[in-house]
Design a protein around this ligand. Structure first.
Ligand code: DAT
Length: 176
């Protein structure tokens, strides 16, 4: 937790593609009156891409441009950011970090239905098996603000929503 508290917390939701970050972030923002910053969409709308990665079939992010764009928004507080990587964001931006996790088979099925195949599919499932994003988050933020949450079922999604909404409620009470 930061010493000088924002009126509303900034929350990072990270994890391998397909674990449920955007579904959770959207619901959380709607239920709690926070603003959801969809990093992928923000980057696309503001041309924050440098080149195209033909192996992963996705554009490569211009991180500096994106961070400059996000900085004033993050300074306002009350932002929910979701992205499949987390180490390039400034540590000071976030009051709490959630790393969503999913079982291999669940994730595999979700990514296949999203149209992933070949190396992109294999690498993402391996990323989850090796808990790459969890380790990245623990390396990049104070361990006591990093929380791992399972996201395999609607029940787990509901439990995650309740847990994070409770955190937001408590934050509001302390800062009001
Ligand atoms: P991400 O933003 O991490 O790439 P998503 O929110 O787009 O993931 O979710 C991928 C798919 O999985 C989508 O069809 C919604 C579904 N999903 C997400 N979280 C889930 C959960 N806890 N239980 C069941 N399905 C879930």
């Amino acid at each position: 937790m930061s010493v000088c508290r924002r009126t509303m917390p900034n929350i990072l939701i990270t994890g391998t593609p397909g674990v449920g970050k955007s579904s959770l972030a959207k619901e959380l923002a709607e239920q709690n009156g926070l603003e959801w910053l969809e990093v992928g969409r923000l980057a696309a709308e503001n041309c924050c891409f440098e080149e195209y990665d033909s192996i992963y079939q996705c554009p490569v992010l211009d991180e500096d441009k994106l961070l400059d764009l996000m900085e004033p928004k993050m300074a306002e507080g009350g932002k929910i950011v979701d992205y499949h990587s987390c180490e390039f964001f400034p540590e000071r931006w976030f009051d709490i970090v959630f790393v969503l996790r999913a079982n291999n088979t669940t994730l595999y099925d979700r990514l296949v239905s999203r149209g992933y195949g070949g190396k992109k599919l294999e690498d993402n499932v391996q990323c989850e098996i090796f808990q790459t994003i969890l380790e990245e988050a623990v390396r990049s933020y104070k361990p006591d603000i990093v929380h791992e949450l399972q996201s395999n079922s609607p029940q787990e999604m509901f439990a995650n929503l309740s847990k994070i909404s409770e955190f937001i409620k408590q934050w509001r009470q302390i800062t009001s």
